[in-house]
Design a protein around this ligand. Sequence first.
Ligand code: NAP
Ligand code: ZN
Ligand code: ZN
Length: 351
Amino acid sequence: MTVQAYGAHSGDQPLEPMAITRRAPGPHDVQIDIAYCGVCHSDLHQVRAEWAGTRFPCVPGHEIVGRVAAVGAQVSDFKAGDLVGVGCIVDSCRHCEDCDSGLENYCDGMVGTYNSPTADAPGHTLGGYSQQIVVHERYVLRIRHPEDQLAAVAPLLCAGITTWSPLQHWNAGPGTKVGIVGIGGLGHMGVKLAHAMGAHVVAFTTSDAKREAALDLGADEAVVSRNADEMTAHARSFDLIVNTVAAPHNLDAFLVLLKRDGAMVLVGAPATPHPSPGVFNLITRRRTLAGSMIGGIPETQEMLDFCARHGVVADIEMIRADEINTAYERMLRGDVKYRFVIDSATLSATA
Ligand code: NAP
Ligand code: ZN
Ligand code: ZN
């Protein structure tokens, strides 16, 4: 079937309305009417071809929430009308060690929600800046938040799980001191989640204007990372730092804030590399520098259920689909609190 979408035909062109096709649901498929889709910085990296390998036309969007329109004959866990979400993964090999462990995000055969090869037209996946999507039931998440929070749930599907997964893996919780670097879409979720897990949370921002705002999000302390004295006051004190910054920067400034055996986990994915950190900042205190990519399907469901129980949602600014190009410019300037979300109802008006 044909649906309306928003995407780009090349990396140097703005996004524009386009018609795309979705497959008819197979026996294990869930057909979803998309209500809202969050705008992740990865969308911008990909659609502007800042990362290698963008396939055009490119329809970004992997923070998808909506309602089930129809299900295939073999689907038993979902029915028409259910509130559901789709994150960054729409398929994987389903039989490797990673898939068996519920870590489909590390499967070599992972199919991303956009820009991955697929049998469907046009030969690669097209994402959530669209009216509908059809996804195998294994990769569909259940949303248990009240319906009036649906738009603010959308960013949990990427920003939420991408910060949740390292916070869980590196045991953030009561008695731990956790830093979150970069208070954007991912970072603001990192602060909310680490706070809800019971950690002592310190927000690191380059923006003086975000200092107070970070405390409102649940941070116990906020540090302006350009201020050397403020940074030094936290030397050798962190168990874990989750770094969400979307641009290359000096990692040593944060590594020295880790205590012995502390870890800094990079989730930000800048298009050009960070300067290599000083080895002595790692070896002298057995520190770890690590990375983490989104999260698996079971842990994404756990995160959504945790957020429903704790009343955690994103802070969002709703936009019309035809405001997406302006929203990208504002995101680059850090001028959003903290995530843009597209109201998918505005897609039909742009066709
Ligand atoms: P975002 O909303 O633009 O937030 C990024 C934040 O980084 C900004 O708000 C800013 O925070 C800080 N920042 C940006 N440029 C900076 C610079 N030049 N120097 C220092 N700080 C800077 O982006 P996002 O959607 O959260 O995504 C963040 C990054 O994570 C992107 O690279 C994205 O592609 C990546 N990502 C990775 C995964 C994964 O699986 N690992 C998943 C999703 C996204 P302050 O204003 O507070 O300093
Ligand atoms: Zn994302
Ligand atoms: Zn696999």
